[in-house]
Design a protein around this ligand. Structure first.
Ligand code: NI
Length: 269
């Protein structure tokens, strides 16, 4: 069994190596003396039994995580679950979503099935699956764009496969930048673009959770047709508030997450 700390260390390594902007954001906090803790770490997958939520959750369940909440995103055709380690608020929550393939066109489903079928089932049952990135052959830029017509999420996953889609800075753990407004200003002052879909701040104090995120940086990907820049991973920021009983809210807001998903939407610079 692998410890939760070791899992996150490996995921962080891969995440910051492939997405230099997230490391720059992280450093922009530490350089002013902030200690960065993670609110949650998120994964994307397809609902195929070879790689669905049940498969991605395995290393986390082994490391002591338990399922805490379930969410439905009707417009994006996704469901998600979140996990926590009981009585250990220092460890990040884990958020895993899966795309419901049956709700897409036959062509979309066939393109994904073809890609999934291109490797043996043993590749999916490997204990190290969540660190492997793309386990498939070189992606096609044409197919990436075809998938985007139906789901930006599906297109992103077609290219990047298994990795942390984002880490999330817990604003509750910051000393100076202790509000989401201050964090957003800090991020913009450092030259990063915030996801403005539905406003820069998703959620309200009354809803007990506020979130924001940078737009994923465009990174160069080696496609069959050549090299093209597409959005990679992004970094998120979250602040949680206590309810009437004084307990910090620990769940997620589907309405807010729905907009945050758009942080990997393709955009022209
Ligand atoms: Ni998130």
């Amino acid at each position: 069994m692998e410890s939760a700390n070791s899992i996150f260390e490996k995921l962080w390594q891969a995440y910051t190596t492939s997405n230099l902007s997230v490391l720059k954001v992280y450093n922009s906090f530490t350089i002013i003396g902030e200690q960065v803790l993670n609110d949650h770490v998120a994964f994307r997958t397809f609902n195929d039994p070879r790689m669905n939520i049940k498969v991605i959750e395995k290393p986390f369940i082994s490391a002591g995580y338990v399922e805490k909440g379930e969410y439905v995103f009707e417009a994006k055709k996704l469901i998600a679950k979140h996990y926590e380690i009981p009585n250990d608020s220092s460890m990040p929550r884990v958020f895993i979503s899966e795309l419901i393939l049956e709700e897409f066109s036959k062509e979309f489903q066939n393109l994904i099935a073809e890609r999934m079928n291109s490797v043996k089932n043993t590749v999916y049952s490997d204990n190290n699956l969540i660190y492997k990135g793309s386990i498939w052959e070189k992606p096609s830029f044409k197919i990436y764009n075809r998938l985007r017509e139906e789901s930006e999420y599906g297109a992103w996953l077609y290219v990047f496969g298994f990795c942390a889609n984002h880490f999330t800075v817990s604003i509750n753990s910051l000393k100076k930048l202790n509000t989401i407004e201050k964090v957003n200003q800090h991020i913009k002052d450092n030259g990063f673009t915030l996801n403005a879909s539905g406003g820069e701040i998703k959620g309200t104090k009354e809803e007990l959770l506020q979130q924001s995120s940078i737009m994923a940086e465009n990174i160069m990907v080696d496609f069959k047709e050549g090299n093209f820049e597409i959005p990679g991973c992004y970094y998120e920021f979250a602040i949680r508030y206590a309810n009437k009983d004084g307990n910090i809210y620990s769940g997620f807001l589907a309405k807010s997450a729905d907009k945050i998903f758009e942080s990997t939407n393709y955009y022209k610079k």
